[in-house]
Design a protein around this ligand. Structure first.
Ligand SMILES: Nc1nc2c(c(=O)[nH]1)N=C([C@H](O)[C@@H](O)CO)CN2
Length: 117
Protein backbone atom coordinates (compact mmCIF):
# COMPACT_ATOMS: atom_id res chain seq x y z
CA UNK A 1 0.00 0.00 0.00
CA UNK A 2 1.14 3.53 -0.69
CA UNK A 3 1.88 5.71 2.32
CA UNK A 4 1.71 9.32 3.28
CA UNK A 5 4.23 10.07 6.00
CA UNK A 6 4.83 12.70 8.65
CA UNK A 7 8.22 12.69 10.37
CA UNK A 8 9.47 14.43 13.48
CA UNK A 9 6.23 16.22 14.33
CA UNK A 10 6.68 17.80 17.77
CA UNK A 11 3.70 18.44 20.02
CA UNK A 12 3.27 19.70 23.58
CA UNK A 13 0.99 17.83 25.94
CA UNK A 14 0.40 16.73 29.52
CA UNK A 15 1.88 13.23 29.72
CA UNK A 16 3.42 11.11 32.44
CA UNK A 17 2.82 8.86 35.41
CA UNK A 18 4.64 10.86 38.08
CA UNK A 19 3.11 13.66 40.14
CA UNK A 20 5.62 16.23 38.86
CA UNK A 21 4.56 15.47 35.31
CA UNK A 22 0.88 16.19 35.85
CA UNK A 23 1.35 19.95 36.14
CA UNK A 24 3.69 20.57 33.21
CA UNK A 25 3.61 20.24 29.44
CA UNK A 26 6.18 18.05 27.72
CA UNK A 27 7.26 17.52 24.15
CA UNK A 28 6.46 14.33 22.25
CA UNK A 29 7.86 13.57 18.80
CA UNK A 30 5.75 11.64 16.31
CA UNK A 31 6.63 9.74 13.17
CA UNK A 32 3.66 8.43 11.20
CA UNK A 33 3.17 6.24 8.18
CA UNK A 34 -0.39 6.46 6.91
CA UNK A 35 -1.74 4.00 4.36
CA UNK A 36 -3.35 5.74 1.38
CA UNK A 37 -3.79 4.96 -2.30
CA UNK A 38 -2.03 7.89 -3.95
CA UNK A 39 -3.03 7.02 -7.53
CA UNK A 40 -6.31 8.98 -7.60
CA UNK A 41 -4.86 12.21 -6.18
CA UNK A 42 -1.90 11.83 -8.52
CA UNK A 43 -4.10 11.21 -11.57
CA UNK A 44 -6.28 14.24 -10.86
CA UNK A 45 -3.56 16.35 -9.25
CA UNK A 46 -6.15 17.15 -6.58
CA UNK A 47 -5.51 17.57 -2.85
CA UNK A 48 -9.19 16.81 -2.19
CA UNK A 49 -8.45 13.21 -3.18
CA UNK A 50 -5.27 13.09 -1.14
CA UNK A 51 -4.67 12.43 2.52
CA UNK A 52 -3.74 16.00 3.41
CA UNK A 53 -0.66 15.73 5.64
CA UNK A 54 -1.08 19.37 6.71
CA UNK A 55 -4.62 18.68 7.91
CA UNK A 56 -3.52 15.49 9.69
CA UNK A 57 -0.66 17.36 11.37
CA UNK A 58 -3.00 20.10 12.55
CA UNK A 59 -5.39 17.50 13.98
CA UNK A 60 -2.55 15.87 15.88
CA UNK A 61 -1.51 19.24 17.34
CA UNK A 62 -5.09 19.88 18.46
CA UNK A 63 -5.38 16.39 19.95
CA UNK A 64 -2.16 16.84 21.92
CA UNK A 65 -3.25 20.26 23.10
CA UNK A 66 -6.33 18.81 24.78
CA UNK A 67 -4.86 15.49 25.95
CA UNK A 68 -3.79 14.60 29.48
CA UNK A 69 -2.76 10.93 29.53
CA UNK A 70 -0.49 9.05 31.90
CA UNK A 71 1.07 6.62 29.41
CA UNK A 72 2.53 7.12 25.97
CA UNK A 73 0.72 3.91 25.07
CA UNK A 74 -2.63 5.57 25.76
CA UNK A 75 -1.73 8.69 23.79
CA UNK A 76 -0.72 6.57 20.80
CA UNK A 77 -3.80 4.33 20.93
CA UNK A 78 -6.32 7.14 21.24
CA UNK A 79 -4.63 9.22 18.55
CA UNK A 80 -4.62 6.26 16.17
CA UNK A 81 -8.35 5.79 16.74
CA UNK A 82 -9.07 9.47 16.06
CA UNK A 83 -6.99 9.65 12.87
CA UNK A 84 -8.38 6.44 11.39
CA UNK A 85 -11.98 7.44 12.14
CA UNK A 86 -11.80 11.07 11.05
CA UNK A 87 -9.65 10.71 7.94
CA UNK A 88 -10.68 7.23 6.82
CA UNK A 89 -7.14 5.91 7.12
CA UNK A 90 -7.21 2.11 6.70
CA UNK A 91 -3.77 1.39 8.19
CA UNK A 92 -1.16 3.31 10.11
CA UNK A 93 2.11 2.95 11.93
CA UNK A 94 2.71 5.49 14.65
CA UNK A 95 6.00 5.94 16.51
CA UNK A 96 5.82 8.16 19.55
CA UNK A 97 9.04 9.30 21.23
CA UNK A 98 9.26 10.99 24.63
CA UNK A 99 12.64 12.72 24.44
CA UNK A 100 14.54 13.07 27.70
CA UNK A 101 12.35 10.68 29.66
CA UNK A 102 15.36 8.42 30.20
CA UNK A 103 18.37 10.73 30.27
CA UNK A 104 20.80 8.04 29.15
CA UNK A 105 18.69 7.28 26.07
CA UNK A 106 18.22 9.52 23.06
CA UNK A 107 14.56 8.57 23.08
CA UNK A 108 12.02 6.15 24.52
CA UNK A 109 8.43 5.47 23.53
CA UNK A 110 6.17 3.17 21.60
CA UNK A 111 5.47 2.17 18.04
CA UNK A 112 2.07 0.78 17.10
CA UNK A 113 0.54 -0.49 13.90
CA UNK A 114 -3.25 -0.54 13.49
CA UNK A 115 -5.70 -1.46 10.74
CA UNK A 116 -5.30 -3.49 7.57
CA UNK A 117 -2.88 -2.87 4.76
N1 LIG B 1 5.90 1.83 28.95
C1 LIG B 1 5.93 3.04 29.61
N2 LIG B 1 6.82 3.20 30.60
C2 LIG B 1 6.85 4.37 31.24
C3 LIG B 1 6.00 5.42 30.89
C4 LIG B 1 5.09 5.21 29.83
O1 LIG B 1 4.29 6.10 29.43
N3 LIG B 1 5.08 4.00 29.22
N4 LIG B 1 6.11 6.64 31.52
C5 LIG B 1 6.99 6.86 32.47
C6 LIG B 1 7.15 8.19 33.07
O2 LIG B 1 6.09 9.06 32.80
C7 LIG B 1 8.49 8.76 32.56
O3 LIG B 1 8.40 9.02 31.17
C8 LIG B 1 8.92 10.04 33.26
O4 LIG B 1 10.23 10.38 32.86
C9 LIG B 1 7.88 5.80 32.98
N5 LIG B 1 7.75 4.57 32.25
Amino acid sequence: MDKVFIEGLEVDTVIGVYDWERGIRQCLRLDLQLGWDTRAPAAEDDVAKALDYAAVSARIQAFAGEASFFLVETFAERLAEVLMAEFGIPWLRLKLTKPGAVPAASGVGVEIERGCR
